[in-house]
Design a protein around this ligand. Structure first.
Ligand SMILES: Cc1cc2nc3c(=O)[nH]c(=O)nc-3n(C[C@H](O)[C@H](O)[C@H](O)COP(=O)(O)OP(=O)(O)OC[C@H]3O[C@@H](n4cnc5c(N)ncnc54)[C@H](O)[C@@H]3O)c2cc1C
Length: 475
């Protein structure tokens, strides 16, 4: 369980169980969907639905930084695309931080928003050049950067950045907008008919003029084909007790990044320590990766408060996709592990599409963009998808000491996990989304898809999309 999850508002709002017709349907109540609803709350017939509880998706597992200092993204964007792209991305992130502050202040949201210095640091000589180039870029945009260079450590830092409690933010929006929100309501497919969209759930349909898909990883392949434009990255996080809050956050220059921040509540301080990020197509050994986090930060067992992992979608050009797929059909995804800023920005952008107002950064984040870097990565992602698919078949049975065990029954692959009370939990181990083999996550006791990030409980309930189906063994 993440440090934030204990604060999740677990009182469910009603489900949708009968057919409805609305003007706008927002699918997904994470930071993106809730922020979109916030900006559309004056619109008649606008509703948001979430398959589980609002905030219970990727948003509850983030580190909760609101910063524009994101590794050395501006140097990377300048090198891989061009200088103008780097400038525009910086503008978008500063705009998003301002927007987040504005919402939090206007609505008096108590979400531990705290201004902290953000650092990017390295202990590798060869990365100092990249830090210098990032500094040069930021200074060209009139940002004050503090620079430290020592024998075995270099860093840059800026001061106008923040951290917050992401779940207190989503809880507050859920409370504010509760008349328009339905929970435990999942959309399984969408069809277009006579200029409207019909969104089908298990026993109901919602007919709508506009749809916003804000469900992290879209549950459909066509249109947009996200699996071919992105890959999944997983990171491991431990929150530990510390004596004081130094009011800083940090991240390393290169991947796999070390990333940390501090959090203070009721006079207790915690450090949130992230490490060991990797493409899920490469490996899935959770126990090993949590061990790496402990080693990198020298974490003592008795100081550990929470342990969790998280995944995000990485796009070919490292920029999010925010815009219109088809007429009146909108999507926001691919936040490249910076979805606190980009999710809030996407929420405002998508609301402005519907309100027919001028949309900031519309052309910049368009789904239709294609640049060399994205095209180059298209083939990499295709290969990555194939590697994930084959790798998932090959590695599924590794790392476990006969728990779970794997069987074939009537031609179907089954996994059997025996819990500490000797109870057996049986599931089908093929992901219903695109047939990758599921990997057992020993640490969190879930079945995870290495290809597209679906997750299932040990009894097979789908707890994260894009899969819309469960994998419980029925006999
Ligand atoms: C390790 C890690 C650390 C991170 N730290 C930071 C950070 O410090 N700062 C930062 O800016 N970003 C960070 N991020 C990124 C950020 O956490 C995510 O990009 C962001 O939370 C995504 O929000 P979302 O609203 O798009 O998705 P989610 O929060 O996943 O919300 C989607 C919602 O849609 C619902 N849903 C899904 N399918 C359906 C369906 N079929 N029908 C109905 N509802 C559905 C889900 O239940 C869920 O509640 C981090 C990411 C990772 C992996």
């Amino acid at each position: 369980m993440s440090l934030w999850e204990k604060d999740l508002n677990k009182t469910s709002l009603p489900k949708i169980e009968r057919d409805r017709e609305v003007n706008t349907l927002i699918i997904g109540g994470g930071i993106t969907g809730l922020t979109a609803l916030y900006f559309l709350h004056n619109q008649k017939n606008t509703i948001l639905i979430d398959a589980n509880l609002c905030g219970s998706g990727v948003t509850k597992n983030t580190t909760g930084k609101l910063t524009y200092l994101q590794n050395t993204i501006y140097t990377d964007l300048t090198n891989n695309i061009d200088y103008e792209t780097a400038v525009e991305y910086l503008k978008s992130q500063k705009y998003a931080i301002h927007l987040a502050k504005k919402i939090i202040e206007k609505e008096h949201i108590d979400c531990n928003l705290e201004q902290v210095d953000s650092f990017v640091f390295t202990n590798k000589k060869k990365e100092v050049k990249k830090l210098k180039s990032e500094t040069k870029f930021l200074e060209s945009q009139t940002i004050r950067v503090d620079w430290v260079e020592k024998e075995d450590f270099s860093s840059i830092s800026v001061s106008d950045t923040f951290v917050f409690h992401p779940i207190k933010y989503t809880n507050a929006l859920k409370e504010l907008l509760k008349d328009k929100i339905y929970e435990n309501t999942k959309i399984l497919k969408i069809k277009k008919q006579q200029g409207k969209y019909i969104c089908y759930g298990k026993n109901f349909k919602i007919i709508t003029k506009h749809v916003i898909v804000a469900c992290h990883y879209p549950f459909f392949f066509y249109p947009f084909c996200l699996p071919l434009k992105s890959h999944i990255e997983k990171s491991y996080i431990i929150a530990r007790k510390v004596d004081k809050n130094p009011k800083i956050s940090g991240i390393t220059v290169s991947n796999p990044a070390l990333s940390f921040r501090f959090y203070e509540e009721f006079k207790k301080c915690y450090q949130i320590c992230l490490a060991s990020s990797h493409k899920t197509s490469k490996e899935q050994n959770d126990s090993k990766n949590f061990r790496i986090v402990k080693e990198k930060y020298d974490i003592k067992e008795e100081d550990i408060v929470s342990v969790w992992s998280n995944v995000d979608i990485i796009t070919g050009d490292k920029l999010p996709f925010i815009g219109e797929i088809k007429k009146n059909f909108f999507i926001a995804t691919g936040f490249n592990t910076w979805g606190m800023t980009n999710g809030i920005l996407a929420g405002e952008m998508l609301s402005k599409f519907i309100l027919k107002e001028k949309v900031p950064f519309k052309d910049f984040f368009t789904l239709k963009r294609s640049n060399f870097y994205q095209i180059k990565n298209f083939f990499g992602n295709m290969l990555g998808s194939a590697i994930s698919f084959i790798g998932s078949k090959k590695h599924q049975k590794e790392w476990y000491h006969d728990n779970p065990t794997f069987l074939k029954m009537q031609g179907k692959s089954i996994g059997v996990y025996i819990d500490e009370n000797n109870l057996k939990h049986m599931v089908y181990t093929t992901c219903p989304h695109m047939s990758c083999s599921l990997i057992f996550n020993e640490q969190e006791k879930t079945w995870d898809c290495p290809c597209h990030s679906s997750r299932f409980s040990i009894d097979g309930k789908c707890i994260k999309g894009p899969s819309t189906k469960d994998i419980s063994y029925k006999d």
